[in-house]
Design a protein around this ligand. Structure first.
Ligand code: NAD
Length: 277
């Protein structure tokens, strides 16, 4: 039995990286998918590759009418909506605070926070009325830990996590679950800092970033897609308002190789050893 048999999903940011991997996983598990992204060429190519189970809808998630059109496309093309994965994103404004313009701040928050709000807003009437469905948002480990991403990216991803929890309370009453996934460092164009980054660039990044990671490697988009698939499926039927960290252990603490040397050496207990122990 396929895990999303008969389901219809909208996936924002579905043309690349985590979104594209999720599109593939969802379709392989029986779902039909609207790929909602502003990168038309890549999104259309993915839809063409998949065939009848996917359509591309050019969408800028900061534009309410376009987000509504993506949800409408799910209903018109596939006859309904069961899941929305609000995943579109970018790095946003970076640099010292005095260098950030209000325009760049606003764009950052619009893509990363307003985009999620709009996706949920326009999925809500359908999911609430049918009293079933799942909403999954992409937050980040940046919601939990600073110093690895720009300030307003961190702030936006924390907002997405809190929005997820708050709305889980509202939607739970209707039998609709709202969760988010908090990826660690994943090999995608966003992490490489370049839209459409080549496979060679991603491989180079895998190589250079491996050392700072607990598992000696960064993650792959498919490993986040697996978590999203689980959150969308009935296997997570009592999981609601949850922020699922998928980071290879990065939020657990310092990678072993970076821990202080005395933690890594075999050492006898020397202090305050009670008699006989
Ligand atoms: N890669 C990582 O290390 C990492 C870690 C944590 C969280 N994330 C989050 O994962 C999500 C997916 O990113 P990714 O890593 O797969 O990067 P990606 O660049 O491969 O994919 C992001 C997609 O979002 C789309 N997008 C950007 N702005 C948009 C807009 N205004 N409207 C519609 N689509 C838009 C892009 O066109 C792209 O296809 C993002 O929300 C990102 O913040 C990524």
């Amino acid at each position: 039995m396929q895990r999303l048999a008969g389901q219809v999903a909208v996936i924002t940011g579905g043309a690349s990286g985590i979104g594209a991997a999720t599109v593939r996983k969802f379709v392989a598990e029986g779902a039909r998918v609207v790929i909602a992204d502003m990168q038309a060429e890549m999104g259309q190519a993915l839809a063409d590759e998949i065939g009848a189970a996917a359509v591309f809808q050019k969408t800028d998630v900061t534009e309410e009418a376009q987000v509504k059109a993506a949800v409408d496309a799910a209903v018109e093309t596939f006859g309904g909506l069961n899941c929305i994965f609000n995943n579109a994103g970018f790095g946003g404004a970076a640099g010292p605070i005095e260098s950030i313009t209000v325009e760049d701040y606003t764009l950052t928050m619009d893509v990363l926070v307003k985009g999620v709000f709009l996706g949920i807003k326009h999925a809500a009437p359908i999911l609430k009325a049918q009293k079933s469905g799942t909403i999954i948002n992409t937050s980040s480990v940046a919601a939990l830990y600073s110093g690895i991403s720009p300030t307003f990216y961190n702030a936006a991803k924390a907002a997405v996590m809190q929005m997820t929890k708050s709305l889980a309370l509202e939607f739970g009453y209707y039998g609709v679950r709202v969760n988010c996934v908090n990826p660690g460092f994943i090999a995608t164009p966003l992490a490489a800092g370049r839209p459409g980054a080549s496979d060679q660039t991603l491989d180079k990044m895998r190589e250079t970033m491996a050392e700072g990671e607990v598992m000696g490697r960064i993650g792959n988009p498919e490993e986040i897609a697996d978590a999203v698939l689980w959150l969308a499926s009935d296997e997570s039927s009592f999981v609601n308002g949850h922020a699922l960290v998928v980071d290879g252990g990065r939020m657990a603490g310092l990678p072993y190789q970076q821990q202080t040397s005395w933690l890594k050496k075999p050492r006898e207990i020397q202090l305050y050893r009670p008699e006989g122990r």
